[in-house]
Design a protein around this ligand. Structure first.
Ligand SMILES: [Ca+2]
Length: 123
């Protein structure tokens, strides 16, 4: 049976559900740290990026037992901005924020601070 080739609505991915859970447990700042830890857990240690294979191998370590192969593929596809088929740390964090409005809300202040800091160099 053929898999649907058109990119599915990202809200159909099942892996976003665990983020609000983590946010509740850790709080905003803890969550950002945890995202970076999460990246380190999920990445392919030789390549330094998250691939479908490293995700499949390591996702259980983060308690993501219920994700299907399609969810994992979806996760990589959604987050891969430069098209190399893998997620670097920045792509991973941006993906996590995009997928969780709550997380975005919690981190808006931090992001604004970061942007303002960046902008100062240009103004
Ligand atoms: Ca990439």
């Amino acid at each position: 049976m053929a898999k649907p080739s058109a990119s599915a609505d990202s809200s159909s991915c099942g892996f976003e559900d665990f983020l609000p859970l983590m946010a509740n447990k850790l709080g905003g700042e803890g969550l950002v740290d945890e995202l970076c830890n999460g990246f380190n857990v999920l990445m392919d240690r030789e390549k330094g990026v998250i691939t479908f294979d490293s995700l499949k191998k390591n996702s259980a370590l983060l308690g993501l037992h219920d994700l299907s192969d399609e969810d994992l593929r979806c996760m990589v596809r959604e987050g891969d901005f430069d098209g190399d088929g893998a997620l670097n740390q920045m792509e991973f964090c941006v993906l996590m924020f995009r997928l969780s409005p709550e997380l975005m809300e919690a981190s808006r202040f931090l992001l604004e601070q970061a942007f303002q800091h960046e902008l100062k160099d240009f103004l």
